[in-house]
Ligand binder design. Structure first.
Ligand code: NAP
Length: 319
């Protein structure tokens, strides 16, 4: 069955974003680049928060005819000192933040856990902890901005399968005693992104801020790297790509854009948004409409979400 890709309502892309400030992490590539492109087209200012600023400057050359503007800020989410320097610079430059898109993400290669600068397992460190510190450090500005939104890029991977539902392993977040499996570690980091969105939404519910998590779909981005996985995704599977819902980065950016721009999204703060995914086994989750209900019970557990925030605060030095 071919599952149609849903596109944002056209009127969302006609909104004038002049005067609005967005921060997009990983804005130089894949889904983040296409999210940035659309926001700049509509007149926004986007801070492209990138590990490789040169790459961001290169891709931004294609924005020159757009109404909006961009600026470039170096950010390496695998180093909390880099996150602190980034937020310090942003705080000195922006007095309002209309949208923060915690989009950057990565999958490590190999069978041995890689470590961030501060010694955390790399995917948990980059995908969750780096964004956690970034968000908490800018939260006052975000909360003081009318109608602000925070979008966390999670993944369908957080849901797992009927046989194996990812959870947060508080007893060994850094894979010091468990056998390392990079798919499990990635899925756990993406469950953390979803749970953080849920907890933060509850914490800021009396503010004018909305927090959601997103699965962008299966995008033909650089996430698959340059090796065999990329060859399978980008070459071998091309003839059946629509059947597998493999989509362009522009298509995959639609859910993030919907979450940033649609007027109904604030009614669903804390929820998980997705267009579709082949991996949803549950019919109710399979098709159509945002938001969707995660089939993973751990994704609905507020106790885990609250504990994750407390533990993350300690890990990044906010406690
Ligand atoms: N593609 C999919 O099918 C899919 C499915 C589900 C969820 N997602 C999620 O969607 C988000 C966007 O990914 P994508 O598919 O667009 O992949 P992508 O093309 O590989 O983009 C990932 C971005 O994250 C940046 N990044 C990686 N490590 C970083 C670090 N330590 N510090 C700062 N930035 C870092 C990358 O920077 P460099 O360019 O310097 O590497 C790149 O800009 C990710 O969170 C991913 O997990 C993707």
């Amino acid at each position: 069955m071919i599952i149609p890709t849903l596109r944002c309502d056209k009127n969302l892309f006609e909104k004038d974003l002049n005067g609005k400030n967005y921060i997009v992490t990983g804005a130089n590539s894949g889904v983040g680049l296409e999210t940035t492109r659309q926001l700049v087209k509509q007149g926004a200012h986007v801070v492209m928060a990138c590990r490789r600023v040169d790459s961001a400057k290169e891709v931004a050359k294609s924005f020159t005819s757009f109404k909006g503007t961009v600026s470039f800020e170096q950010l390496d989410l695998s180093d909390l000192e880099s996150v602190k320097l980034f937020t310090k610079r942003v705080r000195s430059k922006l007095n309002k933040i209309d949208g923060l898109v915690n989009n950057a993400g990565m999958v490590t290669s190999g069978q041995i856990p890689k470590r961030t600068k501060q010694g955390f397992e790399m995917m948990f460190g980059v995908n969750h902890l780096g964004h956690f510190l970034l968000t908490e450090s800018l939260l006052d500005i975000i909360n003081n901005t009318e109608g602000s939104r925070i979008v966390m890029l999670s993944s369908i991977g957080h849901a797992g399968s009927n046989k194996k539902r990812p959870n947060i392993h508080f007893e060994d977040l850094n894979y010091e005693n468990r056998n390392f499996n990079r798919t499990d570690a990635y899925c756990e980091s993406k469950l953390a992104s979803l749970l953080y969105a849920k907890e933060l939404a509850e914490r800021v519910k009396d503010q004018d801020s909305t927090v959601v998590s997103v699965h962008p779909g299966w995008a033909k981005s650089n996430l698959a790297g340059k090796g065999f996985t990329a060859f399978v995704q980008n070459v071998l599977l091309t003839p059946v790509a629509p059947l597998l819902t493999i989509m362009s980065n522009e298509d995959a950016a639609q859910t993030s854009l919907h979450c940033l721009l649609d007027d109904d999204v604030p009614n669903h703060s804390g929820e998980y948004f997705s267009q579709n995914s082949l991996l949803y086994s549950d019919k109710a989750c399979r098709r159509g409409g945002w938001p969707m209900k995660s089939p993973n019970p751990n994704a609905h557990n507020m106790k885990i979400a609250l504990k994750l925030t407390e533990v993350s605060k300690e890990m990044v030095g906010l406690k």
